[in-house]
Design a protein around this ligand. Structure first.
Ligand code: UT7
Length: 330
């Protein structure tokens, strides 16, 4: 009898642009302080894209690292899925641009739009292509240039976001002990107004939306998103811990969306999960939306915080509203 096919992580990569923006840079033009930003969010600095950086260029650099870590050549990729809400163009997709920059023949390439949950959504699509035998090797990218949709006169949002990209190469395996499992995706469009990024075709004003004084920029109800994030992060971690217990696996590491250190602390409070097994790098990069989970995952892998056989929880939540989680045994 044929053994079921699992999607395993073969390699990870990431890229952040070199320009570091410390909290102090915002105090020159806004009524804010390094102390407020650090204590209310945990963020010390973030990266901002240079003039030539786009989701596709940064996604390509992250992808090259992931391919090299996996020992996979661009010509071996069967599918490219890119999660982004800050694409270079509305058409063609960022995934198509990455495909051309990597010179990956004519393999299918498309984008996923699920805000900060985008990378886990993209993983779930890739995993199904692999599990059904439609693809053997899939490149999954999360890439964002949020600085280009940030209103730098809005202290509620501009201090939070950063730019960057992360990528993984997924491969087919028949080893039952390894791979992605128990992927969960959710959306609640009735709360769409809590975070919005307009597009070129957004009507003015968008129906049911918050007032958008400038249609270029991201708008967010931070306090409501905060409550939603704590609730869903906690719920996803509880589900994952129960899944692991049932399957006799130990959860080695949680890689959460890098939203706000207070969200992560509040969600995990009383859960009896050691803080040192939670990856937090938002102090360096802020919130990079769809890029945040793959950048954190790549850093954890490269720092030796996880090894083959370890089980990780990837968990994200954001605009849509959307939320998602995936367990993976490396
Ligand atoms: O990936 C999903 C995307 N969403 C997020 O990342 C956001 C999740 N939410 C958050 O991280 C937090 O809600 C924020 C960091 C956005 C805000 O923190 P908070 O503790 O929830 O503050 P708040 O919104 O309740 O505002 C408290 C005060 C307000 O002043 P008043 O009305 O009390 O006078 C804000 O205007 O803090 C003020 N404030 C600031 N003060 C100094 C908001 N931003 C700033 C700032 N510097 N940068």
């Amino acid at each position: 009898m044929e053994r079921p096919i699992n999607a395993t992580i073969r390699g990870t990569g990431s890229y952040v642009p070199p320009r570091i923006v410390p909290n102090d840079e915002f105090t020159q033009s806004l009524d804010t302080s390094d102390e407020w930003i650090r204590t209310r969010t945990g963020i010390r600095e973030r990266r901002h894209a240079g003039p030539g950086d786009t989701a596709a260029t940064m996604g390509t650099l992250a992808a090259r690292e992931a391919l090299s870590a996996a020992g996979v050549a661009p010509g071996e990729i069967d599918l490219i899925v890119c999660a982004t809400v800050t694409p270079d163009l509305m058409c063609p997709s960022t995934a198509c641009l990455i495909q051309s920059y990597l010179d990956c023949r004519t393999v299918p390439a498309f984008d996923i739009s699920a805000a900060c949950s985008g990378f886990v959504y993209a993983l779930s699509v890739a995993e199904q292509y692999i599990r059904t035998g439609s693809a053997k090797t899939v490149l999954v990218v999360g890439a964002e240039v949020l600085s280009r949709v940030t209103d730098f006169s809005d202290r509620n949002t501009c201090i939070l976001f950063g730019d960057g990209a992360g990528a993984v190469v997924l491969g087919a395996s028949t080893d039952p002990a390894r791979g992605l499992f128990n992927i969960r995706l959710f959306a609640d469009g009735s709360r769409q107004e809590l975070i919005q990024v307009p597009s070129l075709v957004t009507p003015n004003p968008p129906p049911g939306s918050m007032a958008l004084p400038n249609l270029r920029y991201l708008r967010m109800n931070g306090r409501e998103v905060f409550k939603f994030a704590v609730t869903q992060l906690r719920a996803q971690v509880e589900l994952a811990l129960a899944d692991c217990k049932r399957l006799g696996k130990e959860l080695s590491l949680i890689v959460p969306h890098q939203v706000n250190v207070r969200v992560i602390d509040a969600a995990l409070e009383d859960l009896d999960f050691p803080a040192e097994k939670v990856v937090v790098n938002l102090d360096k990069y802020g919130n990079t939306s769809a890029a945040s989970v793959p950048i954190a995952l790549d850093e954890a892998v490269r720092a030796g915080r996880c090894k083959p056989g370890d089980t990780l929880l990837l968990v994200a939540f954001g605009g849509g509203l959307t939320w998602s989680s995936a367990l993976v045994t490396l």
